[in-house]
Design a protein around this ligand. Structure first.
Ligand SMILES: NC(=O)c1ccc[n+]([C@@H]2O[C@H](COP(=O)([O-])OP(=O)(O)OC[C@H]3O[C@@H](n4cnc5c(N)ncnc54)[C@H](O)[C@@H]3O)[C@@H](O)[C@H]2O)c1
Length: 386
């Protein structure tokens, strides 16, 4: 593991070959690392009155992944907070001496280069869930940190949620629901743009774990399924799923009635859906984005929803999170947004809590993690983040 001395010196060599400055940072980091008891900080969303309503509700600050007793019985210190932003927040107080930081994409602790630089004891950044873009991954790599997530933990949760959002948009569900709450009854106001999903062209940008599960779930709806990815699926899987590979993203997008985003947020996907790209989409396109808010240009989405070029936009990811009260996506027409929730079902929580515990156990024993969990290891970013 990156925190072993041998690996750390390999990291130092790697870093100094790229950039001589951080080598001194790494050296001091090594000196401060304590071999025994660790200070572990968890940043999770606050559940308040909901915390005690389900014994399996592990993802909140109060229940803190259910690992407090286990950690403390081994002499480790476990600080948990939801106060994560700004120079005077609770998290900031612990940055200088924490060894491990655990956070979730649902209420992410933003780990900037500045925080990494201050965190002289920090060795390990764990994401309870999937998607570690809240970490400055280059800075983490240069500092010799390990970044890992619980790969696969909530992919079913997200794929199911995406299917729901597609149907909500295609059937124009929300206006009807609002009518019921407001004591109204106006079939026409819903029906003039409610469609069947059957026969429509649905394209996923990214067909990794979530994208594939979504395509599998869409197959019985008899749609025309397309996917764009860095990597083509093996032919047998492709024919089982029944989706056609589109190597050129810009050739695929204008064919789609529904576009679903399923890539991580990386330097290549940030702002991928800007004004120019959105202008080339079919007029009336529906977009589902549970991947990351920053894959979209915020204002371009607002403008296209306002003009009706995007007829419906739904997702649970925002930039930043929590979304401020004045975030323009809250107020744009044709949206079916929610807070970031799709990957934090109770089933998902049980899986990512178990995955975090497993990685901590391995970390204490100096063992490697499952290889697919690493986002940064030994100074190197996982393939798709490079
Ligand atoms: N909303 C939620 O609760 C939630 C939960 C889990 C994951 N997510 C998001 O979904 C993302 C995908 O998760 P996953 O488990 O399917 O990941 P994955 O790694 O299995 O799949 C990602 C796919 O995207 C492809 N990809 C990466 N960069 C690309 C690019 N520039 N162009 C085309 N394809 C590219 C990869 O080749 C891969 O097939 C996560 O990174 C995370 O941001 C959101």
């Amino acid at each position: 593991m990156a925190m072993k001395r041998a690996a750390a010196s390999a990291v130092r060599a790697f870093i100094s070959s790229r950039n001589p400055a951080p080598a001194s940072v790494l050296a001091s980091r090594g000196l401060h690392a304590s071999p025994g008891s660790k200070k572990i900080v968890g940043v999770f969303y606050q559940a308040n009155e909901y915390a005690s309503m389900n014994p399996n509700f592990l993802g909140c600050a109060e229940n803190a992944l259910g690992i407090r007793e286990w950690l403390e019985s081994q002499g480790h210190q476990y600080i948990v907070t939801s106060d994560k932003d700004g120079p005077h927040c609770e998290l900031e107080k612990h940055i200088p001496d924490l060894h491990v930081l655990i956070t979730t994409p649902f209420h992410p602790a933003y780990v900037t280069a500045e925080r990494i630089n201050k965190a002289k004891n920090l060795q390990l950044l764990l994401t309870a869930g999937i998607g570690s873009d809240h970490v400055d991954l280059k800075a983490a790599a240069e500092a010799g940190l390990t970044v890992a997530e619980v790969t696969g933990s909530n992919v079913v949760s997200v794929a199911e949620d995406e299917l729901m959002r597609i149907l909500i948009l295609v059937r124009n569900f929300l206006p009807g629901h609002h009518q019921v709450i407001n004591g109204e009854w106006n079939v026409a106001a819903i029906a003039y743009r409610a469609y069947d999903l059957e026969g429509k062209t649905v394209g996923t940008v990214g067909a990794g774990r979530i994208g594939r599960l979504l395509l599998q779930r869409l197959k019985p709806f008899n749609c025309n399924l397309l996917y764009h990815d860095r990597i083509k699926m093996d032919p047998q899987l492709e024919s089982e799923i029944g989706a056609k590979f589109e190597e050129d993203l810009d050739a695929m997008l204008p064919k789609c009635d529904v576009i679903v985003i399923n890539t991580p947020l990386t330097e290549k996907t940030k702002g991928m859906f800007d004004k120019e790209r959105i202008a080339k989409l079919k007029k009336g396109v529906l977009i589902v984005n549970n991947a990351r808010g920053a894959i979209m240009d915020t204002q371009a989405v607002v403008d296209a929803c306002s003009s009706g070029h995007i007829a419906g936009y739904s997702g649970d990811v925002w930039n930043p999170q929590p979304a401020p009260k004045d975030h323009p996506w809250r107020y744009m027409p044709n949206q079916a947004m929610t807070p970031h929730v799709s990957g934090t079902t109770i089933d998902g929580q049980l899986r990512y809590a178990a995955g975090v515990k497993d990685m901590l156990e391995r970390y204490f024993k100096g063992e490697d993690f499952p290889p697919q969990n690493y986002i940064v290891k030994d100074g190197v970013l996982a393939n798709q983040y490079r």
